[in-house]
Ligand binder design. Structure first.
Ligand code: ATP
Ligand code: MG
Length: 210
């Protein structure tokens, strides 16, 4: 390489470096300002909804995060009683209480009376956790369907969440979350389905799907 060319290359590298530094400095200033502005300490209410895969796993990930800090979490599972749940096997050993609805999928049982009773039993336990300030995080897995099917009263859910201990966080998962739940939530994530193995005929896999 000629000396001229080398100088040009070095110069352009220096320019890129300077540009990068300037840009990063701007990002840092903006992030620092946001961090400084976020001063409120309170529990967070999150809704994880949408048709893609990853809602319950995300909720359980946050439970693991909470327990990993030596904090207390509790899990209420609506609908999925008949499936073995890998997270439950692990988290119960770590002292996390579970309340699991004692029916399978609603479209399997097809009995409104027993489903409503099962949903109510689990909801009564969940309500007790939502009033207990020793619980730092309550995961209400698949609760959205209970509201859709009117097995649990939406007003009751909203009242329990609004009146919970100030530092307690709550996560609701499930498709088609009611608008009043997403409006009340501090954080709403929608998992979009781009593709799913099931659509290609692959069975739900133990250790991955449940
Ligand atoms: P996961 O428990 O894997 O995080 P999820 O909570 O987002 O999934 P659910 O609607 O609760 O999804 O569905 C539970 C089961 O259905 C899981 O085994 C999951 O793999 C599967 N599933 C999720 N999304 C889809 C989809 N778009 N098509 C087919 N099956 C799906
Ligand atoms: Mg789920």
């Amino acid at each position: 390489m000629s000396t001229n060319k080398q100088e040009n290359t070095q110069q352009s590298q220096q320019e890129r470096h300077d540009k990068h530094q300037k840009r990063q400095q701007k990002v840092k200033e903006s992030v620092d300002a946001k961090v400084a502005a976020a001063q409120t300490e309170q529990g967070i209410f999150q809704v994880i909804t949408g048709n893609g895969k990853g809602k319950s796993t995300s909720g359980f990930g946050t439970v693991a995060r909470c327990v990993g800090h030596g904090m207390n979490a509790a899990v209420a599972q609506f609908i999925k009683g008949m499936w073995e749940c890998g997270e439950r096997n692990l988290l119960e050993k770590a002292g996390v209480p579970f309340s699991v609805m004692k029916t399978g999928f609603t479209w399997e049982t097809q009995n409104r009376v027993t489903d409503t009773k099962a949903a109510q039993d689990t909801w009564i336990q969940a309500k007790a956790w939502l009033a207990d300030d020793s619980i730092d995080l309550v995961l209400l897995d698949e609760l959205t369907y209970m509201v859709t099917y009117e097995y649990i009263d939406l007003d009751e859910v909203i009242t329990a969440i609004e009146n919970r201990p100030k530092m307690q966080s709550v996560i609701i998962t499930g498709r088609a979350a009611h608008r009043r739940l997403t409006e009340l939530a501090d954080t709403v994530s929608e998992v979009r389905n781009v593709k799913h193995a099931f659509e290609a005929g692959i069975k739900a896999q133990k250790g991955f799907d449940f």
